[in-house]
Design a protein around this ligand. Sequence first.
Ligand code: NAP
Length: 648
Amino acid sequence: MTKQTPIRAAAAYTLPITEKDALRTALAEANLPTLLMVYTTIRQDRAYLEGFAPYLTGAYTAGAPCDVPEAMAQDLRDRLFALLTDPHPPVEQPMDHDLLRTMMSVSVGEQVDPTIVPVLYDQMGFEQAVPRKEQPGRPLPPAGFRVLVIGGGMTGIAAGIKLAEAGYDYSIIEKNDELGGTWYENRYPGVGVDTPSHFYSYSFELNPDWSTYHPKGGEVQNYLTGVADKHGVRDHVRFGTSVVEARWDDAQGQWSVTLRDVRTGAETVETARAVILAHGVLNRWSMPAIPGLDGFKGIKMHTAGWDPDVDLKGKRVAVIGTGASAAQLAPAIADTVSDLVIFQRSKHWVLNSPERNADTVTDGIRFALRHIPHYKEWYRFRVYWFTGDGLYGNVLMDENWGNKDVSISAQNDAARSYALSYIQDKLKNRPDLLEKMVPDYPIFGKRIVLDAEGGWLDTLLKPNVTLETGAIDHVDDHAIVMKNGDRYEVDVIALATGFELTPALGPLKVYGRNGADLAAAWGKDDARAYLGVMAPDYPNFFLTLGPNSAPNHAAGVNMVLEAQIHFIIEAMDMVVASGASAIEPTTRAYLDWNAKVEHQMQHMIWSHPKAKSYYLNSKGRNFVSCPFKLADYWNWTRTPDTKAMQIS
Ligand code: NAP
């Protein structure tokens, strides 16, 4: 990003807009702060921008409502209407950084730190970077520098696109018969994404056409496969194939990778100069070790292995687990089944997410996203701000905060009060449920459940729904039997019991220099890496969403995976540029990074004595979460630090 920022040419949009009625509707329905940013991008009228500042105080709203006086709002819409329908479209000028930062600050009603403007700008999707292979002076990867990507989900698809843009030959090895990963596999009723998709999507492929702000799984899957097809990724994918082993060959400076045909079991060996592990973190099903479960005579399905052909109409259904998957599944099936028993082992905080109540993206707003120049980029900024690093204060302990038993900071306490009053209000006529639902640990100690009208809590109130919090003893042929002897006869058991995150490599074997065994180095559940991406002794082996790089304070997995892919390609470019064959972090850099993670982790909510979650390993160490802001992590992964790298 240069000092003078060339906002993408208006030519990417067609001006003037001739569908005047549609434009009027769009302007009436669109998010006003976002319209103000569009106007300022084109006109760069600082005084006009600042006139709105007192009224924009930072509420995240998808549509039009805000505190701007109607006369001002209408003036803005009229100005935009005139600009966008002018037969002589305005010519956009480069924008200086200070104006960009001021716009961001006015838009969200708080000061945006100048140091994070570049990350925001990148993630807004404004600047379509020149593809690496077209960058003058950059050495092209030599023929035969092949990269093997393990997994064709959201990360693997992005990796393929960016590798091709950088001129690397690549293959994606995918165990399924289709791309999409999580979004291909998870087909349980109600499956969807909590992160608003105007952010949970690639910054280089903004989609103006989302039908809702929190799309269901099928729409996310269609988006991912659509992007993959647009970029020709599919031609590089070996479907129905899993990776069994990767072994570094020091003499040849390459990996030997053993692949297995999922259907026939036949194994083949291929070589690659680099391997990117994009197999997904939430991928291997966690099946509860409940005695008798295997012998259950009815139907049992993990949420991630749902059979959509199973007809639940009139059936007695048990759901085991009360995390994010259960909270989507139960509302989607409660009215179809005859009885629904939900088994809760521990309590999860439930947070109201009111914008879900008006979840449809109206035609007017879709028109704005598609046709009004830069609306979708500025809207994405807004979503990032309110669902991303703006939430960091929720998970960072304030050392001066008094009683840390129930909350850890002012922001965390406010979130707790907000969640608590929602739960109390919803369950006010059911003291029994209230007792079962309010956690005793600070909010965000484990992943929250996001709720809305007609969602999770309303489902628990339904007459055919029971929340059981006792301990399960065993399952027999037709029932779940409790320790106290109660029996729940059911036809279907839905296992919303989450995923195995350990061992981090799953069944994959990785042998680095001198046969170093990565699974052994990490032990059962003690994975560590440099920046969550690389480890010494494993040259040209790159992890994605690896140890301590999950953005658990906020939405942003999309942002982390893009940052990591960028870093990986930068690292490989260093190898190519130096004519060497391998790159890996120094042991010093690896140790320092992990010490930094561990130090910061002590200040995070996940280290609270009452916080228990799948982020923690058997020793209580959080090996999953990134304890830093997304913006910081993005900055650290821009360019590999040459002092931290060993090139050979
Ligand atoms: P999860 O958050 O790990 O929840 C699993 C649930 O099953 C927990 O309530 C857990 O209880 C319970 N459980 C596990 N083993 C059990 C056993 N043996 N007996 C009784 N209960 C048991 O799994 P998830 O809901 O599938 O979500 C996993 C992750 O996927 C989420 O954290 C999120 O990152 C992602 N996800 C996102 C969305 C979304 O965006 N809307 C939707 C689904 C999933 P304990 O709490 O006691 O462990």
